[in-house]
Design a protein around this ligand. Structure first.
Ligand code: GLP
Length: 239
């Protein structure tokens, strides 16, 4: 695991965008896994600007998002589709048919999870997976537990994640209790991983990555077993 520390969130965001752009420039049909959350917003802003300036071309890129809440329509302003559309899809020349995000409104969730995994496999797997991290160590919506699930699956969110994400909703009661997420198996199969960590509330989980102990109680520590992970972290989150 390679770690690069930045003085500010803005510098981290620029470096994250440069990293993703370099991967696309070296493989224009990149299969790209993408996160939501507050942390990647700056990266998406930089990538949108770079696309307008002709520095990166999304025309042949395929994206797969990590997760989505269950029960929110795409048009709901807190759905992850809405977030992605606002922060990236509508700003760059990604083709609509190359955009993938789990369908949190599917009537048959078992079929939806299996179809999502099959589509990733049919594309030859993820070339690059970009990840944020929850304050409790979750990646995607793989929550701390006594075990982790490998394929895409539905999950009941922990109270701490509902608390953490309540800031985006009008009230805590509005936060969905369930989500659909890629599993740690999908993430670990990515050829390359870029993890973004920002802010003082990530200090504890970031510190655990330095300790070398892999535990399902901190799902991000699974990444210690992946051969090609780069962590971009700002100094507020670094110990
Ligand atoms: C959500 C997402 C995660 C993301 C996390 C962190 O829970 N499901 O994929 O990493 O938020 O968000 P933030 O960057 O806002 O701390």
């Amino acid at each position: 695991m390679k770690k690069i520390v930045f003085d500010s969130y803005d510098q981290l965001s620029k470096a994250a965008a440069d990293f993703v752009a370099a991967e696309i420039n070296s493989k224009p049909n990149l299969v790209l896994g993408l996160p939501t959350g507050g942390t990647p917003v700056g990266m998406y802003k930089n990538l949108s600007e770079m696309n307008k300036e002709g520095k990166v071309d999304f025309a042949n890129v395929t994206t797969f998002n990590l997760d989505e809440y269950l029960g929110l329509e795409r048009s709901h302003d807190q759905s992850y589709w809405y977030f992605m559309n606002k922060n990236l899809y509508s700003n760059v020349n990604l083709k609509e048919e190359n955009i993938n995000i789990p369908n949190g409104m599917a009537t048959d969730m078992d079929a939806e999870t299996k179809a999502y995994d099959k589509k990733i496999e049919d594309m030859g797997g993820l070339d690059l997976m970009v990840l944020g991290i929850g304050p409790n160590g979750h990646i995607g919506f793989n929550e701390p537990d006594s075990y982790l699930i490998a394929p895409t699956h539905t999950v009941t969110l922990t109270e701490s994640t509902i608390d953490a994400n309540a800031r985006f909703f009008t009230s805590r009661e509005d936060v969905p209790k369930k989500a659909i997420t890629m599993g740690v198996g999908n993430i670990m199969k990515a050829k390359k991983i870029l993890m973004l960590i920002s802010g003082a509330n990530k200090k504890a989980v970031a510190k655990a990555l330095n300790e070398g102990i892999v535990t399902p109680q901190n799902p991000a520590t699974m990444l210690l077993m992946h051969p090609d992970v780069t962590v971009l972290i700002d100094k507020d989150a670094d110990q």
